[in-house]
Design a protein around this ligand. Structure first.
Ligand SMILES: [Zn+2]
Length: 399
């Protein structure tokens, strides 16, 4: 058991019900002779602490992609940008390009190698950028700010060679990953991690059902078969774990939270702050009068609901740093916030980030040796599963 080798593969947005003999013959056969279960996404945009370290947002301190943190925002220079810039697409493009480059340098100087690499402005209005900072700042194998080490740091501490081919340091397109895996995997590696992202991109743009998603998935399936054959030729005891970090829900409608908020006699940045993720509006209340006005307004707005204290407990959000949000308004299945800070104009055709009870939001988890779950489990369960497949167990692995 202790000399087992693991090929651990994240297929971003691989739905639990997307594996069948027609589209994905390799995964289908693997699941048929091994195991097939489902993963339930953690309600956070940044999911690496969940699957690499088994941590929930209130344990890792990492939540959604952006946190409310004006004092350490790497975008503070945006305070000097005149408001008219966002109304001119050409000017905004140049200004935001400069802001992004500056923020990446700032993050690098702070030793934040993860956020320096992925540094991303999304569609956050330029005037609001100085309020927000990155929630996850480290690379997946650094994870020094987590309360316990994740898989890659555990392997390093044990002197076990591993290879990471994924976000945010490598091209995650299928053709590139296939080449990278075939040329860079070596016999001494005990664990290789691959992250295929194209299915997520296609799912957002074209939806999870239809020809584009099918052909993207079929190409990933062919790549996986090649890489797995290569792994089996390198390693005498090769094990395979493939998982989706979430599913993809067809979008059926939208909710305009910004327009609703404009009805209130409150000013953004002075009375409250909001971050509009695609499926959740996160709020911070800066004056006492803001909370009741906003709570009442959104309680009456169709399409979503406030998370209650019981929800916060269920979702392991209670006790998350204040920077991740004081109150969360979560959308119903299949609706998206439009405009949001991720989509300003074109409504996506597919989305994830819904309540874990939404089945289309469930990812898949497949093992070749049958050691994986055969039902739905939280995404945090991927971590102990991977450790077990490597013959390691949590808590006894750091020297
Ligand atoms: Zn996505």
């Amino acid at each position: 058991m202790t000399d087992s080798h693991l090929l651990m593969v994240l297929v971003d947005a691989l739905r639990h019900d997307q594996i069948d003999a027609g589209r994905t013959p390799f995964l289908w056969e693997t699941a048929r002779t091994g195991s097939l279960g489902a993963t339930q996404e953690v309600l956070a945009g940044q999911l690496r602490p969940a699957f690499f370290a088994g941590l929930w947002p209130n344990e890792s301190g990492v939540g959604h992609l952006f946190s409310y943190d004006p004092s350490s925002s790497p975008f503070r220079a945006a305070r000097f940008v005149p408001p008219c810039v966002d109304r001119s697409p050409r000017a905004a493009w140049w200004v935001r390009r400069g802001l992004r480059a500056a923020a990446s340098r700032i993050e690098a100087r702070r030793g934040h190698r993860g956020s320096s690499a992925y540094c991303y402005l999304a569609e956050i209005p330029t005037s609001r950028l100085p309020l927000f900072a990155f929630s996850e700042t480290e690379l997946p194998w650094e994870d020094r700010t987590l309360p316990r080490p994740g898989l890659l740091r555990i392997l390093s501490a044990q002197g076990i060679p591993w290879l990471h081919l994924g976000y945010p340091v490598i091209d995650q397109r299928t053709s590139f990953l296939t080449e990278a895996a075939l040329s860079r995997m070596r016999g001494p590696h005990r664990m290789v991690f691959l992250h295929y992202a194209e299915l997520d991109w296609v799912g957002h743009e074209h939806g999870p059902l239809g020809d584009r998603a099918d052909s993207t998935l079929a190409a990933i399936d062919r790549s996986l078969e090649k890489v797995w054959r290569h792994a089996a030729s390198l390693w005498p005891c090769a094990r395979l774990l493939v998982f989706g970090d979430h599913g993809m829900v067809p979008v059926r409608g939208e909710v305009d939270v910004l327009r609703a908020l404009r009805e209130l006699p409150l000013r953004h940045g002075r009375d409250y702050a909001v971050f509009l993720d695609s499926t959740v509006a996160r709020f911070w209340f800066l004056t006492p009068r803001a909370r009741p006005l906003i709570v009442d307004l959104l309680a009456a707005l169709p399409g979503g609901r406030w998370l209650t204290p019981a929800d916060m407990d269920d979702l392991h959000l209670r006790g998350t740093r204040r920077e991740n949000g004081e109150a969360f308004w979560l959308l119903d299945e299949g609706l998206v916030i439009m405009p949001s800070y991720f989509q300003r104009e074109a409504r996506p055709a597919g989305m994830h980030g819904y309540h874990p009870s939404v089945r289309d939001n469930w990812g898949a988890v497949v093992t070749a040796d049958g050691s994986g779950p055969t039902h739905a489990v939280p995404l945090t369960e991927v971590f102990p599963l991977a450790l077990g497949m490597l013959g390691l167990c949590p808590g006894t692995v750091l020297p």
